[in-house]
Design a protein around this ligand. Structure first.
Ligand code: ADP
Ligand code: MG
Length: 460
């Protein structure tokens, strides 16, 4: 019996009769069977283990559709306050026009991984999450959302989608670590980079609609204490048009020094200089992710080099406003530029009237040795080693410790070890046209430059 024939029945019991595509089959432990009895050659195989029934045609036809290149204008156009129901409906329909295609593209990419990878229980869990999320959106396929009841239900589906994929990263990291012996690291890096960058956009689209929904006018059937939208709010959905990087740095600094206290028993300190009062338009959760990862690295280096008394110095520099002036968010988008193949934003790299911010994080943690430096942008690369807890471990064995900390009951966070901080941080920064550059002064310390392109402020 070939692998394909094991799965062929599943392919054909795709309940076409069920337009909702949400029927769940009782899952056998076939995926663990396959993991224990892997195919001798890690051949490509089009049907990874799945517990969600979805018509193959649906996935194929959606995956064949081109990805819409998300623009910032797309994200803000439905969300100018005051937000009326019509705008909410058009946001919902716009979201609906994007997400199934994006999910189908990811499903297709997962299916194209070598069989030995997709049969790993962690990777197949991610695959099933995508199938599940797509199945929850398909009932809306030929629908236009035009009443509040549908919009509320749709927003619930989006909230479920965001939650389902919230813990993807440790799961993917574990999956790829478990099968790293069998796959080419370049292929893994390419897949992860593409997958995680696409995930940033997908979450942004879903979270944007959820945020607009939350900030919208009180709903008909919501008799509880209404939240009247605050006309002075600087938010448009998930975008804060007056984000203060200094306040994000301070809250992330407190969080990371707490982790240090738990791990090492010391709390590194930090100083913010430059232009701490700067504000710009950005997605706060993206900035939080990046700053947390960069501070973890800086604090860890500071502590491990024994220079805990040396504060990490964070300099905020605001770019001068372009002489062309104008903070019109629509102008920074280059409508003629196709964006990238993941449907990520089309933003001109240099010709941009929205002011950006550069943040330099300077530590005295000894810098990065020349043999380590070429690897720092690879997913899963780490020099973290929980030697205190597990003497005799070799460098690079920290991945599992970090994963154990992440999956621990407290949902804790570890100071390092996953090896995703820099590459994923850079993916976030690049998403809106920024970047991260690391400058190591080996024997002394590191400077990390985080450049972020402001998203511009909308005209009211
Ligand atoms: P992790 O922190 O989980 O190891 P990262 O991607 O954040 O993964 O960093 C990869 C590696 O880069 C780290 O293990 C460390 O060796 C090196 N590194 C990153 N930032 C610094 C820094 N500020 N000082 C010294 N080494 C650093
Ligand atoms: Mg790190």
């Amino acid at each position: 019996i070939t692998m394909t024939s094991i799965w062929t029945p599943a392919k054909h019991c795709l309940c076409r009769k069920n337009p909702h595509g949400a029927t769940r089959l009782l899952t056998t432990s076939t995926s663990s069977y396959l993991a224990r009895h892997p195919s001798p050659s890690a051949h490509r195989w089009s049907h990874p283990p799945s517990s969600t029934v979805i018509a193959d045609d649906d996935v194929a036809s959606l995956a064949n559709k081109p990805l819409h290149n998300l623009s910032l204008a797309d994200l803000v156009k439905h969300g100018r306050p005051p937000l009326h129901t019509q705008a909410l409906f058009s946001s919902a329909n716009f979201t609906l026009s994007l997400l199934p295609i994006r999910l189908a593209h990811r499903i297709q990419a997962l299916r194209n991984l070598p069989f030995i990878v997709v049969s790993n229980p962690n990777i197949s869990k991610i695959y099933n999450n995508y199938l599940h999320s797509l199945s929850t959106l398909l009932p809306y396929k030929s629908k236009t959302i035009s009443n509040l009841e549908d919009e509320i239900r749709f927003t619930e589906v989006l909230a479920d989608l965001v939650e389902t994929h919230a813990h993807t990263i440790p799961t993917l990291a574990r999956g790829f670590l478990e099968c790293r012996r069998y796959v080419n690291p370049t292929e893994v890096t390419r897949f992860l980079d593409e997958h995680l960058r696409a995930r940033i956009g997908t979450r942004l689209i879903a979270e944007q609609h959820i945020a607009l929904h939350m900030s919208s006018q009180p709903h008909q059937n919501d008799h509880s204490d209404h939240q009247t939208p605050d006309p002075s709010s600087s938010y448009i959905g998930v975008i804060d048009t007056a984000l203060e990087p200094a306040s994000i740095i301070n809250s992330c600094g407190n969080f990371v020094s707490e982790i240090c206290e738990l791990k090492y028993g010391v709390r590194p300190t930090w100083i913010i200089d430059g232009e701490p009062n700067t504000t710009f338009a950005y997605v706060p959760v993206h900035l939080e992710y990046i700053i947390t990862e960069l501070l973890k690295n800086a604090f860890r280096a500071t502590v491990e080099s024994g220079r805990t008394q040396e504060p990490v110095i964070i300099t905020i520099a605001a770019e001068p406003e372009s002489p062309r002036g104008g903070l019109d968010h629509t102008r920074q988008l280059d409508s003629s530029s196709p964006g990238d193949s993941l449907g990520n934003p089309a933003i001109k790299p240099f010709d941009d009237p929205a002011p950006g911010v550069t943040i330099r994080i300077r530590d005295r943690g000894g810098g990065i040795s020349p043999d380590v430096l070429p690897n720092i942008w690879s997913y899963s690369f780490t020099t973290f080693n929980d030697a205190d807890d597990f003497p005799g471990q070799t460098p690079g064995s920290g991945n599992m410790d970090a994963l154990n900390a992440l999956s621990g009951s407290g949902g804790g966070s570890s100071i390092a070890g996953l090896g995703y901080g820099l590459p994923l941080g850079r993916a976030y920064a690049e998403y809106f046209g920024g970047g991260i550059a690391v400058q190591s002064l080996y024997g002394w310390g590191s400077d990390v430059y985080l450049r972020l392109k402001g998203l511009g402020r909308p005209k009211h």
